[in-house]
Design a binder for this molecule. Sequence first.
Ligand code: FES
Length: 254
Amino acid sequence: MKKHVIEAPVLENVPIADGIYRMVFHAQLLAIEAQPGQFVMVMKPDDQATFLRRPFGIADADPAAGTITIIYRLVGRGTKAFAKMKQGELLSVEGPIGHGFTLREGRQLLVGGGLGIAPLIFLAKSLPEKPLFLIGGRNEKEIFWKDLLAPLAEKIYVTTDDGSFGTKGFTTTLLPDVLEKEQPAGVVTCGPTIMMKGIAGLVKESGLPCEVSLEKRMACGIGVCLGCTFETTAGTRKKVCVDGPVFPAEEVFA
Ligand code: FES
């Protein structure tokens, strides 16, 4: 699919949780072509702190409104500069980029942690059947996602490390029970690598298809710099930016 570089006006840029922002911008072509699991490379023009594009998973694309939504965490000068952007300011956006999720038939279980939950929102909207969610966070404050997911999910299972909401423990703690009770047709996971590795290992035992979405530092986003490569379980090298970010779990975790 062809990528576009667009000067996109910001329509909304608001905090939705502690240090987490949602930005909506207008980019008609991207909104029409974006697939769940793909990402955009974003840069604030004329800002020294953000002269490199940064990758953000697409949290939503609305072809009718021509809008793309990203959700980001304030982590450095670049994202702090994004957070100051006002309605009407222009972003330089390149995308849509990458290989997205498979839109499988049957009820899917989407397992997410942290900002990895963002692309699962777009996936949930695009699947033929309402999915189940299993999300995890350190504490109740990090589980603000459940309100965003509620209209899209058949059911949401929650874990927190400290037990302040849902089941105490990790998503891997609850996954075996959820698999047995819900019998999903497949699993998709996105979040910290250690979480995805644990989830992929447990799903492998069940024989269900499982996809993972990898996050790597990306400088170019077009397969040139080789900064995002990793070795697959088959021993070949792949690039997260153009071969992924979504891969079958068995290609990534032994
Ligand atoms: Fe440069 Fe993937 S980010 S090759």
